[in-house]
Design a binder for this molecule. Structure first.
Ligand code: NAP
Length: 318
């Protein structure tokens, strides 16, 4: 339970949900953390409500079947952007860091059969974000050279897995050499530290430039990544962890005919397409750390330190 900004989460009993008939109650087996949950605990998110249950990602049981939950609520009819009523499960409505959650029945989807509950819980928010930015927005396709920044991130790692499965050549950045090695072991072609501009330049040369860049950091490294793009490059942006863009060369941008695509989460159609893609390519989300539900504050600490490779998951029941 989230009771206040910068307060530890409280493990406690809460009233069982009594939703109307458009909702179903999912008995949760596992949930996963996103950077959003950490931002919320710091008060860095709009429309905060106390007390409330955080958590956007969950896998559990509904009507005797294993299911995953689509956390993207009220996207609306326009595939280009979400409606004014849009929100994400886990704020403002109670989320998945709980034994049960009430969700709209239309948001309950069969779990991909090849995944464990913990792996499936790692998929919804990050998978939807990665799928939309990579395929709907940046139109990544087989043969593209794709650069994904901050590969330790949950969305970044799924984008890497999706792009490789689609036949792209994937390169990564990270603050950790160990995480770059792990991405290479999963099929990435190479990588460089985003803290080392020379290494980034070398990587760009080795790749021969990039057709697609997927970034959630922004900040000082953003301009350099644009300079590493090939003509016609597409840049997908879904976050700004390191702050506003710096070092962007405007002539480089227009002479090379670059395009920047902002992206957030995705529609119900994209969620379904993402699950189909995961089934077809037998993609297994990487679970970096697993904690018991009652140890949610330890899980948040891992998010704070960004030491994980893959998603941080809460085990709820077996
Ligand atoms: N638009 C959306 O729908 C959406 C959805 C999900 C997340 N987000 C946003 O996207 C960002 C990442 O979220 P997440 O949950 O995927 O990530 P996460 O699991 O919290 O990981 C964040 C990662 O960012 C990387 N990073 C930190 N500083 C960096 C820098 N200067 N340059 C490049 N990478 C850097 C680190 O990678 P290394 O460990 O490899 O160094 C770190 O592991 C957050 O800002 C989040 O709010 C947006």
């Amino acid at each position: 339970m989230f009771t206040g900004v910068k307060e530890p989460l409280v493990y406690t009993d809460v009233e069982l949900p009594e939703p109307d008939e458009s909702f179903g109650v999912v008995r949760l087996k596992a949930a996963a953390l996103n950077r959003r949950d950490y931002w919320i605990t710091l008060g860095l998110y709009p429309n905060l409500r106390f007390p409330s249950v955080l958590g956007s990602d969950g896998c559990g049981v509904y009507e005797g079947k294993e299911v995953v939950i689509n956390p993207s609520i009220h996207w609306g009819d326009d595939p280009r952007f979400y409606s004014d009523d849009y929100f994400i499960l886990g704020m403002v409505e109670n989320g998945t860091f709980a034994e049960q959650v009430a969700v709209r029945k239309t948001k309950i989807y069969p779990k991909p059969e090849h995944l464990t509950a913990e792996q499936a819980a790692a998929l919804p928010l990050a998978g939807l974000t990665a799928y939309r930015i990579l395929f709907s927005r940046c139109q990544a396709r087989a043969g593209d050279k794709v650069l994904i920044s901050g590969i330790g991130g949950g969305v970044a790692l799924l984008a890497c897995q999706f792009a490789i499965a689609a036949g792209a050549e994937v390169w990564v950045t990270s603050g950790s050499p160990d995480k770059i090695d792990k991405a290479i072991a999963m099929g990435a072609k190479g990588g460089a530290s985003y803290k080392n501009p020379d290494a980034m330049k070398q990587m760009g040369k080795a790749a021969g430039g990039f057709d697609v860049v997927i970034d959630s950091a922004g900040g000082k490294g953003f301009g350099q990544m644009l300079r590493l793009c090939r003509k016609g490059g597409r840049i997908g942006v879904y976050g700004g962890t390191a702050g506003s863009w710096e070092g962007v060369s405007v002539p480089n941008f227009f002479f090379k005919q670059l395009s920047i695509y902002g992206s957030t989460m995705g529609s119900d159609a994209e969620f379904g397409q993402m699950l189909d893609f995961v089934r077809t390519h037998r993609i297994v989300p990487v679970v970096g750390r697993v904690f018991d539900l009652k140890d949610g504050n330890e899980a948040l600490q891992v998010m704070k330190e960004s030491t994980q490779f893959g998603k941080v998951v809460l085990r709820i029941s077996s």
